[in-house]
Each structure stands twice: as C-alpha cells, then as structure tokens.
Write a protein that binds this ligand. Structure first.
Ligand code: PLP
Length: 364
C-alpha cells in the first residue's frame, strides 16, 4: 500500500527492515534492544547517534541543545509555558489551526496557576476554516512577551508558514510536528522547536525538542523535575527511562534519510511531490478544489475537496481499494487530505495523481 496517513505515518521501509532483522538479537548481544538497559553501551550508542543525526541533518548550532522527551507535541503545549512563562509575563500565540489553539489554551491554564498570561496575537479561524497564514501586518507582537508561539505546519488544514516571523529579542517557539526535517531551517532564529516524531522523523513515542541553552538554563524551577528542560539537557536526555525502541527506530529512519541525501534531497523531493499534487488539483478547478490560499499551501499536508460529499466518499473508497490509504481528511475538516511526509516518495505521489486523473475522467 501507499500510506498517506497524517501520523503515525509512513516510515522508510529500510528503517523497518533493520528493526525487524535486529529485533530478537541486537548486534550479537543475545538480547533485543527492547530488553537492554538504557544505561549501558548498546542502547547508549543508539541514543547518542540519534541525537547526533538530528544535529547534523538540521545543522543545529552549539547554542542549542537537542532533547528527546515523551508526552508528544501536546505534552509540549504544557511543558513550553511551564518552563518559559515566568510569573508576571505574557506569551504571544499565533492561532492558525486546532493545534495552535490548543497550545494557547494550555498556556492560559498554566498561566492561571502560575501568575502569567497567554495572549492571542491573531487567529485565522474564519468560519472555522483556518485557510491561511497571517500576513506580516497582522503580527503585532508584544515586545516584552516571554515568547512567541507558532505552529509551523497546520496538519489538519494544510497551511504552512513559508517564512518565519521576525520577533526581535523575543524567543520564537515553533511546533514543527508535521514539518521538521522536510525543508531547511535556520535553527539559530528559534528559541525552541518541538515535534512529535511520528510524521517526518520516526515513530510515535518520542518528542524532539531543540532549545537555546540560555532558555533552558533560565527555565522555571518551581515545576516538577520531569517537566524541566534542564533535567533532560543535564542528562543527555537520560533523566529517566527514555522510549528506547522509538528512539532506535527514529535513529534508523534518520540514517535512511541521510543516506538519501539529507535535508537538501528531502527539500527537493518534497517540493516536487507537492507541486505535482497541487498542479493536478489546479488543472481541474471544476472538479478538485483546494480551499487553502495559494500563498499558504503546505508541502506536507495537501487538502482538497470534490464537487460533492458523495463523490468524496466514492473517491476515498476506490482509492483504498487501489491501495492508496489514509486519504480521508481530518474528521473536523472533511474532504481529502494527502500527507506526503519524507517517507512518501515521488513515485507514490505519481501513483496517486494517476489515480486522480482516472477518477476524474470517469466521474467528472
Ligand atoms: N501539533 C501538530 C502540528 C500536530 O500535527 C499534532 C498531531 O497530529 C500535534 C501537535 C499533537 O501531537 P501529539 O499527538 O504528539 O501530542
């Protein structure tokens, strides 16, 4: 099958094959990696390699630490304010989708407990559609904000920041759950980046955090240790038992992606995949309709509609029968969504496009 699921999502076959081959006896140790201590060499090597791969592939500067945590991106919705939202301060949130909205709500909750505030700078929730990224003029940030929070790619609505906002001395925090490692980023421009791994970089269970060292050092100390970035930075993310197998499969995935040519090759292929799909949609505006503003289109999650809901249902059913799975739009949005993360190759999108043209011919 070709897997267009939004997450957990497709993983490179070679990464899974390696996990299969090594499952019972990891590197001749007579034990599965699942059975190894996280404090001994066989696992530690995997752990360090995963972090080193992320650092190399994303060109993470020495000013930033890479942390491997748990709790997913939603965990970070709470953990970011717990660390960075000091008493008496306010944080700025740009609300471009459901995830961004929930991140803001979590910061409000923590702020209520901790003597701080979280403000919505702007929301693009017109008619609940979130069909665009805000313009520069709409982004009037508070110059004394604790941080500015954005969602880099809006998985449900298919929008993506094409360039990141300037926030001056205010740290920029980005949820990159659905586009980390899909295009180059200048990490030095960010105070903190976080991503649940389960879309572009690995399986579910591990959360990648890339944070400026001074922000980690200055984080709140009146929160439980397990939620402090500092606990993870000081222990090379071995503060407690990490999700060892998830990190191992992420390591395998990163190895494959690096061998494929790393971020440069991924950027090229991801752009080609998205172009092919959007060109197909745009070629028949009477049949396919992309609701997102062109300038805000995501290269990771492509959403579109058909003339009627009946046709959408038929399309999804026939696609599934043709082994093209995971194309149903999010339940809150409807329509069709193709998630074309790193492990979905150009040839896979070509299959989808061929199927679409055939479907349009029969039903258009
Ligand atoms: N943020 C974004 C942009 C997402 O796409 C998702 C999941 O789909 C989440 C947050 C929630 O992630 P998690 O399930 O890891 O908490």
């Amino acid at each position: 099958v070709v897997n267009f699921n939004a997450g957990p999502a497709a993983l490179p076959l070679a990464a899974l094959e390696q996990a299969r081959d090594e499952l019972i006896d990891f590197e001749g140790t007579g034990m599965s990696l699942l059975e190894h201590s996280h404090r001994e060499a066989p696992y530690e090597k995997v752990h360090r390699e995963a972090i080193a791969l992320l650092r190399r592939m994303l060109s993470v500067p020495e000013t930033h630490d890479i942390l491997l945590m748990q709790g997913g991106a939603r965990g970070q919705f709470a953990i970011v304010p717990m660390n960075l939202l000091h008493a008496g301060k306010s944080a700025d949130y740009v609300v471009t989708g459901t995830w961004a909205k929930q991140a803001h709500e979590e910061a409000v909750l923590f702020g209520n407990m901790a003597g701080a505030k979280a403000r919505v700078v702007v929301s693009t929730e017109k008619d609940k559609k979130f069909a665009r990224i805000p313009t520069k003029d709409e982004l009037a940030f508070d110059p004394s904000a604790a941080y500015v929070h954005i969602t880099s790619n809006n998985t449900l609505f298919g929008t993506q920041w094409q360039s990141y906002p300037e926030t001056g001395d205010v740290p920029l925090v980005a949820d990159m759950t659905s586009d980390l490692l899909s295009r180059p980023i200048d990490v030095s421009k960010f105070g903190l980046i976080y991503a649940g791994a389960q879309k572009n970089v690995g399986p579910s269970g591990v959360t990648v955090v890339i944070a400026r060292k001074d922000l980690i050092a200055g984080g709140r100390t009146d929160i439980p240790q397990i939620f402090r970035y500092k606990s993870f930075a000081d222990s090379e993310s071995l503060f407690n038992t990490p999700p060892t197998f998830a990190i191992y499969v992420m390591r395998n995935t990163l190895r494959v992606l690096e061998e494929q040519g790393g971020i440069e090759a991924l950027t090229r292929e991801n752009a080609a995949k998205a172009k092919l799909l959007y060109d197909t949609i745009d070629a028949s505006p009477d049949f396919w309709r992309a609701p997102v503003e062109k300038a805000s289109r995501s290269i990771m999650n492509v959403v579109w509609r058909l003339p009627t809901e009946e046709l959408e249902k038929k399309f999804l059913g026939e696609a599934k029968a043709a082994s093209l799975v995971g194309l149903k739009g999010h339940r809150s949005v409807g329509g069709v969504r193709a998630s074309i993360y790193n492990a979905v190759r150009l040839a896979d999108v070509e299959k989808l496009v061929a199927f679409m043209r055939e479907f349009e011919k029969k039903n258009g």
